[in-house]
Design a protein around this ligand. Structure first.
Ligand code: MN
Length: 229
């Protein structure tokens, strides 16, 4: 008998993200994402920001891709979109965490890109089906190096595709700020160290094509860059 004792096949590698200025990596446990957290984006997706509180979906931990990668255009879509987002990285967990205690769970922040098969998402919405195949596909979570510490809530977030500006907002434009997101998420599941939270995208989402490079930048953080093969 061969292999790793106790497992029928070797356990998969631990998904992880780069840390700014350090060789140590951040072990990724789960990836949670917030839907409709900027009013203008909620409107562009056909929603009403005053009527619809943000909600959560997930991506697998091994969907994470380090900034600078080149990835294939994904299968099963003809409308592959970028979504520039602030990513919050947790080093502590908790259940029913009060908003005032959320800060102690946060280890750092990163720029991220919640890559989306928009056509599959539209089909799922119309059929009242889950979004998993629209959101949680392989290599769908691009993340820049995580910078430890707090972030300025007035920071600008931008997305450029081949140098042309597609999305621009301030983090303060979020409908639900980070403490409210994390407090609410902790009412639904028990948060754990290594969890990443993509906090929603501002208006201006759009299609990526073969050969294009998409850069998400947030003041004070390293960019999240991906090129589509
Ligand atoms: Mn998103």
């Amino acid at each position: 008998m061969t292999g790793v004792a106790g497992f029928v096949f070797p356990p998969p590698p631990q998904p992880s993200a780069a840390v700014a200025g350090r060789s140590e990596r951040f072990a990724v446990r789960r990836i949670f994402c917030v839907g409709r957290n900027y009013a203008e984006h909620t409107r562009e997706m056909g929603g009403d920001p005053s009527a619809e509180p943000p909600f959560f979906f997930t991506k697998p931990a091994d969907a994470v891709v380090q900034s600078g990668a080149t990835i294939p255009y994904p299968p099963a879509t003809a409308n592959f979109h970028h979504e520039a987002e602030l990513v919050v990285a947790l080093h502590k967990g908790g259940h029913m965490v009060p908003e005032g205690e959320v800060e102690s769970l946060i280890w750092g922040h990163a720029a991220g890109n919640d890559l989306t098969r928009r056509d599959l998402q539209a089909e799922a919405k119309a059929a009242r089906r889950p979004w998993d195949m629209a959101k949680g596909f392989d290599q769908s979570a691009i993340i820049g190096a995580i910078r430890p510490g707090p972030i300025d809530t007035q920071a600008a977030i931008r997305c450029h595709v081949d140098g042309s500006l597609r999305q621009e907002a301030r983090l303060s434009d979020m409908i639900w700020p980070v403490p409210a997101i994390i407090a609410q998420l902790s009412r639904l599941i028990t948060l754990c160290p290594g969890d990443l939270i993509f906090t929603g995208t501002p208006a201006g989402v759009g299609a990526l094509e073969h050969g294009q490079t998409c850069t998400v930048s947030i003041d004070g953080l390293d960019s999240a860059v991906v090129t589509i093969r």
